[in-house]
Design a protein around this ligand. Structure first.
Ligand SMILES: Cc1ncc(C[n+]2csc(CCOP(=O)(O)OP(=O)(O)O)c2C)c(N)n1
Length: 619
């Protein structure tokens, strides 16, 4: 029983509560969200940090009419609970359940879909401009973390918004953390602002002075932006946000609902671009998350009492990468490693520990990270960068323009390639094979298991050119293949010879190819299994040899059907005038929703028993 939460079914219900009751509601919301995430897994620490802010936002704004855009969107669990999805929270991130990110098709209170970082201010600016052109009347609010503010897109948008004079409110949720501790000059600047507690100090001084001015009195505090700006400048030097055109309010304690509400109301009144700087605590109210906000940024299910995960993590691809890259860097001091705010997720934390001066976390800045790798490579070092597949989308031009055209030896590791599962459509890594494949000068590899990843990493540095190595999330419990023939550029590996059907797999799907071959064997169907290893350059010779001798060709990949392995094999067959039906198993040309990887593989017919059935039927 939750005294207040039980009676909140929509934001309007907040009107009935006074501030003490809202504080109680905040406690109940925290307990509820901890309970939910302890079972479903998800982004806990970020949500615990925005409880008061979310209550205040829904108290001041009309979420159906006004537009609240949540940057990244991983911090919207409280928002979901307050906007009619309380009862569905136990389905969070599960197949057919509610998403872990805002979804416009889930609720009219979700005004924009997010998932990738740093988009909110751009979107808000678009909405504000549309509102004014269409002569409509609503507020536009972007809620952005200090981590997300390190992304180039956010800075581009700030630059535009500052000079626009548009009514837009940016709420900077500053908890000093990205996933790990936030980095960079901007983060240092925010730290400086926080330490000064400018707003409270200057605000008191301003009030004192203003009250002394005859006749004008109190009202002046709220009156015009220009006056306020001028007065503030008397006390605050180095006002970055003010200087680029924002009215800056803050920094302010971000867990005081009453204060946040009054600040929001003030921002509405002031008009023009306003930035409210709130200082919050990531993980607030749950000791294990306060003590280790990084681990509780995104967590699997855990025990509430201890905070310990219910399932201990086994070795996975990121860990294998982590160990191997440290081993290689010990032997070659020209190896340097780069990440864009994902040191722990990608497994680069160990590298950082071992070689702090050869490790660079540039913040949520994939474009800069890749551009910087080009510079490192051009100047004689051997950069390796690890980003998640879906975040390479951000740095695509840097891959083409800065790295590939100049054939610079950058090793680009694509972690979370293929379907990642519960984070859903914004995070699925289904496109990388398609978008890397069309770029000239790049070698693309995908290991079939952990051992092959190690070999590929070693090999990649020898190639002395742009290399992509893609591997999936997890990998625990996957087949460990016995066979590991030596890697050679553009050479596939035949795992099993056969005469009836050629099954060509890539990366983790080679395991499925092997399982399908074993199932077909029971029916006396003799399958050949090819581990293609290199999507580019692809082993045309081996592929032609294999498909020429069998009756049927099957491709299996964990990416989109458009432009990946299947497309490549069709191209080869056409090029050499081989007229054979090619059965492609891949994800369809659509965005793949959330659910566990196993469930999604089943749903899209990519589990071995379905592939076997379909191949059997087709023969
Ligand atoms: C383009 C992109 N790169 C990386 C990520 C992974 N990511 C998700 S949340 C996050 C940190 C966000 O930090 P902040 O904005 O400060 O929010 P907080 O969780 O601290 O509240 C990162 C790096 C992402 N979502 N999008």
């Amino acid at each position: 029983m939750s005294q207040f939460l039980d009676n909140i079914n929509e934001p309007k219900d907040l009107e009935k509560l006074n501030y003490d009751q809202k504080d109680e509601l905040a406690k109940e919301l925290r307990d509820y969200v901890i309970k939910v995430v302890s079972e479903t897994g998800g982004h806990l620490a970020s949500n615990l940090g925005v409880v008061e802010l979310t209550i205040a936002l829904h108290s001041v704004f009309d979420g159906k009419k006004d537009k609240i855009i949540w940057d990244v969107g991983h911090q919207t669990y409280i928002h979901k609970i307050l906007t009619g999805r309380k009862e569905k929270m136990n389905t969070l991130r599960q197949l057919n359940g509610i998403s872990g990110f805002p979804k416009t098709n889930e609720s009219e209170y979700d005004s924009f879909n997010t998932g990738h970082s740093s988009t909110s201010i751009s979107v808000a600016m678009g909405m504000a401009r549309a509102r004014d052109i269409m002569k409509e009347d609503y507020s536009v609010v972007a809620v952005i973390g200090d981590g997300a503010l390190t992304g180039g897109m956010a800075l581009e948008a700030l630059n535009d918004a500052g000079s626009s004079n548009k009514d837009i409110i940016v709420i900077l949720n500053d908890n000093e953390m990205s996933i790990s501790k936030n980095v960079g000059g901007l983060s240092r600047f925010l730290g400086y602002m926080r330490s000064k507690r400018f707003y409270t100090q200057s605000n008191k001084k301003i009030k004192k002075i203003v009250r002394k001015i005859p006749k004008i009195g109190e009202k002046l505090i709220h009156l015009t932006r220009r006056v306020k700006y001028g007065i503030k400048q008397l006390f605050i030097s180095n006002m970055f946000f003010e200087n680029i055109g924002f009215t800056y309010l803050g920094p302010m304690e971000g867990h005081d609902i009453e204060k946040i509400e009054s600040m929001l109301k003030m921002a509405k009144k002031i008009g023009g671009p306003v930035l409210i700087h709130l200082v919050t605590k990531k993980g607030k109210g749950y000791k294990p998350a306060e003590d280790d906000p990084e681990r509780f940024h995104g967590t699997s299910s855990f025990d509430i009492q201890t905070g310990n995960p219910k399932k201990q993590k086994e070795i996975d691809y990121s860990k294998v990468f982590s160990e191997k890259i440290v081993e290689l860097a010990k032997k070659d001091e020209r190896i340097v490693a780069v990440t864009a705010a994902m040191a722990s997720g990608t497994g680069l934390k160990e590298f950082k520990k071992e070689f702090p001066e050869r490790f660079f976390d540039v913040g949520i800045a994939e474009q800069h990270a890749l551009g910087m790798c080009a510079g490192l490579a051009k100047s004689g070092l051997k950069p390796i960068i690890s980003l998640y597949s879906s975040f390479y989308q951000r740095g695509y031009d840097q891959v083409i323009h800065d790295i590939a055209i100049q054939k610079l030896p950058v090793v680009m590791c694509v972690d979370r390639a293929g379907i990642v599962g519960n984070d859903g459509e914004t995070h699925q890594g289904q496109f990388d094979m398609a978008f890397f494949q069309i770029v000239p000068n790049i070698t693309i590899m995908a290991p079939k298991d952990f051992e092959e990843l190690k070999q590929m990493l070693e090999y990649a540095f020898k190639l002395n050119k742009p290399v992509v190595i893609r591997y999936p999330r997890g990998g625990e419990g996957n087949t460990k293949f016995i066979m590991h023939s030596q890697i050679a550029e553009g050479k596939a590996e035949v795992i099993k010879y056969g005469n009836d059907v050629s099954i060509i797999g890539i990366g983790k799907m080679v395991e499925k190819a092997k399982e399908v071959a074993e199932l077909l064997k029971i029916d006396n169907i003799d399958a050949e299994v090819v581990n293609v290893r290199f999507l580019k350059p692809i082993d045309e010779k081996q592929i032609i040899e294999s498909i020429n001798k069998t009756k049927k060709v099957v491709t299996i990949e964990d990416g989109t059907i458009v432009g990946g392995l299947y497309s490549k094999i069709c191209e080869i067959a056409n090029k050499y005038n081989i007229n054979k039906h090619i059965l492609g198993f891949a994800y369809p040309d659509e965005f793949i929703r959330h659910g566990s990887v196993v469930e999604l593989e089943k749903l899209y017919g990519l589990d071995s028993s379905n592939i076997y059935k379909k191949v059997r039927e087709s023969l």
